[in-house]
Design a protein. Structure first.
Length: 347
């Protein structure tokens, strides 16, 4: 099988981590990178032994030497870039959050369907061997009925108001960048929540810097989640069940071990995985596998999964009153548009 040729858009921290782990991807090769600055693209290409370095995104998107594109730019640019990739017929793995909101995401997934192009949100944690192990334990009923999930993702971010995490114009804030992980974990096991409550703290630059989210399900399940850009935490995740519990240790979203404790006697088993790198290689392998099978979405992390995740984040943001520039005008236009359509149907 010939290897899929990958291009990377963006050369920040996440692009570096992804490119570094790509050496463990057997089914693909890094062929191209694009940055808006030539020197940055060249530097990145040299570092990772990449043949093509572009100093504008669209040259990469239209390159005949690229099959799949990984988008690693700040959130606010995802929508336009994914759209351009789909229209160019290029398969896409786009960093999370896929877009700023569910409406934008749905539009892109619909477009991908129309053009029959593979697209996936880069929820890399889903493909971590630890998460696969936890899914297996839960499916096999090892901890009985799972009643609750607790998960955190905290770190102390740079306070520079122009930093993408602190900048409203860049789609900054804790929720979309790191809160997305605990919400993902809860929905992976329990599905879309029926009830959402949250408390959030808005920082000096008008983005959310800290929040606690409580999700509830009609079936009586609960999830207690926290994300923060201003405090440290062990960032563990716990699934509590009627027969025991599972704990994923520190930095659970990229952990290499987990443990399960069961029975009256609290018998403990731990599993460790000895994979190299940080674990970005697994999502890339998944994309290549799907392409090999002619799929346009991953059955393991589907468009539906991504949309349900975005819907929850939208609802939390609505409750916080956190809007990104350009979002509300579009929504108002859209409502207006729907109103006219609706009105039109009456005649």
């Amino acid at each position: 099988m010939s290897k899929y040729r990958w291009g990377i858009i963006g050369t920040g921290g996440i692009a570096h981590a992804f490119a570094s782990d790509f050496r463990y991807v057997k089914s693909g090769v890094l062929s191209a990178v694009a940055s808006r600055k030539k020197e940055t693209a060249d530097q990145f290409a040299n570092q990772f032994d990449i043949e093509l370095a572009f100093n504008d995104y669209f040259s990469l998107i239209n390159s005949q030497q690229v099959d799949v594109i990984y988008i690693a730019t700040p959130h606010v640019y995802h929508y336009d870039l994914v759209k351009a990739c789909i229209l160019a017929g290029k398969a896409v793995l786009c960093e999370k959050p896929f877009t700023l909101n569910e409406r934008q995401s749905k539009e892109l997934y619909d477009l991908a369907e129309q053009h029959q192009v593979f697209v996936m949100e880069a929820m890399w944690t889903r493909f971590n061997p630890v998460i696969e192990q936890v899914i297996e334990w839960v499916e096999e009923g090892e901890i009985g009925d799972v009643h609750s999930i607790q998960a955190n993702f905290n770190f102390v971010a740079p306070t520079d108001p122009n930093h993408r995490l602190m900048n409203l114009e860049m789609g900054g804030g804790a929720l979309l960048d790191i809160g997305i992980y605990p919400v993902f974990l809860a929905q992976l096991f329990f599905g879309k929540p029926d009830f959402i409550q949250n408390q959030a703290v808005i920082g000096d630059t008008d983005v959310d810097v800290f929040e606690q989210i409580l999700l509830g399900w009609e079936s009586g399940k609960l999830a207690s989640l926290e994300s923060s850009l201003i405090s440290h935490n062990p960032n563990r995740a716990v699934l509590s069940g009627s027969k025991g519990y599972i704990e994923i240790g520190s930095q659970w979203h990229m952990a290499k071990s987990c443990r399960i404790v069961t029975g009256e006697d609290h018998q403990e088993r731990a599993v460790e995985f000895d994979f190299p790198g940080l674990g970005y290689q697994f999502e890339a392998e998944e994309v290549n596998r799907c392409l090999q099978e002619g799929l346009i979405q991953s059955p393991n992390y589907s468009w539906q999964d991504s949309l349900e995740l975005m819907a929850t984040l939208d609802e939390v943001r609505q409750d916080i009153g956190l809007n990104y520039p350009g979002e509300s005008e579009i929504d108002a236009e859209e409502l207006e548009h729907h109103h006219h359509e609706h009105h039109h149907h009456k005649h």
